[in-house]
Design a binder for this molecule. Structure first.
Ligand code: 13P
Length: 341
């Protein structure tokens, strides 16, 4: 395929396909494995990811790319095939998480800053050689209005880091996914989410412009606009769609390569229903699809539970969620399709 940044970005969001975010750090995947009673070792992590990447029905029809963690991009399947080659053989593009995680922001209790810029140029060159053609950097913006979180300093520092990361990626021939995640964990209502996300995206695009990032060769990975989990409210798909699109029209340039949402702790079906509602009110200036971690993997993880005998059932569970999200990316999903399965 073409190596031009804008072509790679376009392929990542084309045809109702989306991204599988399989880039959980070793700490995060351990938490997921704890839930299903599987010990987290290099081999169990490999077996799990190999099961997903070999789910050819899901991978070939619905998945445009896979975000990997550093360990996984170096791993081979049980038969010795590099996992990257299995992904490529399915037609999907390998990608890599390159940030080093969100750390407490000094002097701003409750705020975080994502680290990982030191040595990034050299790491990107290595990941390119290993086959990565896109990368991901996640900034984390929590909301706790009573405590003054997030601060303008946190939003500004994270936007600046995302812009420096994005420019380095493009220099290396790698498409940056810029992910400024406004968390849905808080007790805030949907309008607070809207306001904080607006400040975050406005600052992000100011910084990307100042860093001379070519917008056509970037993918935005945003949160949807919805009420916080601790608010006790669940925003309806229509409200999520209306507010998310209103915000993006105000803040996100039409020039970017595309938008691929994170699921962020929504239930599997909410993540699908909301993406569908967003696309059903189109057409929009950008292609909007999914880059889900939990909302694609929760069902197959449960079905797999670490047993080789469950591989086919787990692959079918993955294919189902991927199919539902594919339809949502096209605005063609219906709740009845979930019951049918
Ligand atoms: P979730 O879809 O589970 O939020 O994960 C996506 C992701 O890559 C977060 O960085």
């Amino acid at each position: 395929m073409s190596e031009r940044l804008e072509d790679i970005a376009a392929a990542m969001v084309a045809d109702g396909k989306g991204l599988l975010a399989a880039d959980e750090s070793s700490g995060t995947i351990k938490k997921r494995f704890d839930v299903i009673g599987v010990e987290s070792t290099a081999d169990s992590r490999r077996d799990y990811r190999e099961m997903m990447f070999r789910a050819s029905d899901a991978m070939t029809k619905y998945i445009s790319g896979v975000i990997l963690y550093d360990e996984t991009i170096h791993q081979n399947a049980a038969d010795g095939t590099p996992l990257v080659d299995i992904i490529k053989a399915s037609g999907a593009i390998p990608g890599i998480k390159v940030d080093a995680g969100a750390k407490p922001l000094a002097a701003f209790p409750g705020d975080t800053i994502t680290e990982g810029l030191d040595g990034l140029r050299e790491r990107l060159a290595e990941y390119y050689k290993l086959g990565a053609r896109f990368a991901k950097w996640r900034a984390v913006i929590d909301i706790d209005v009573a405590k003054g979180v997030p601060s303008a300093t946190s939003i500004g520092s994270n936007a600046h880091a995302l812009a420096r990361y994005a420019a380095l990626c493009q220099e290396a021939g790698i498409v940056p996914i810029v992910e400024p995640e406004v968390l849905m964990d808080g007790a805030h209502d949907i309008d607070i989410c809207y306001e904080i996300s607006k400040a975050t995206l406005t600052k992000l695009y100011t910084e990307l412009y100042a860093a001379r990032v070519v917008l056509e060769g970037t993918i935005l990975k945003p949160n949807m606009i919805l009420a916080g989990k601790k608010s006790g409210k669940v925003s309806s798909p229509d409200e999520v769609a209306e507010k998310t699109i209103k915000l993006f029209r105000e803040t996100v340039p039409a020039a970017i390569g595309g938008i691929a949402f994170l699921s962020g702790g929504q239930t599997d079906e909410q993540a699908t229903a909301n993406l569908n509602a967003i696309n059903a009110i189109g057409p929009h200036p950008w292609t909007l699809t999914f880059s889900y971690g939990r909302a694609l993997q929760a069902a197959p993880q449960k079905a797999w539970s670490g047993k080789a005998a469950n591989v086919a059932a787990a692959q079918a569970a993955f294919a189902h969620r991927a199919h539902m999200n594919h339809l949502a990316a096209l605005g063609q999903w219906q709740p009845t399709l979930e019951q049918a399965a």
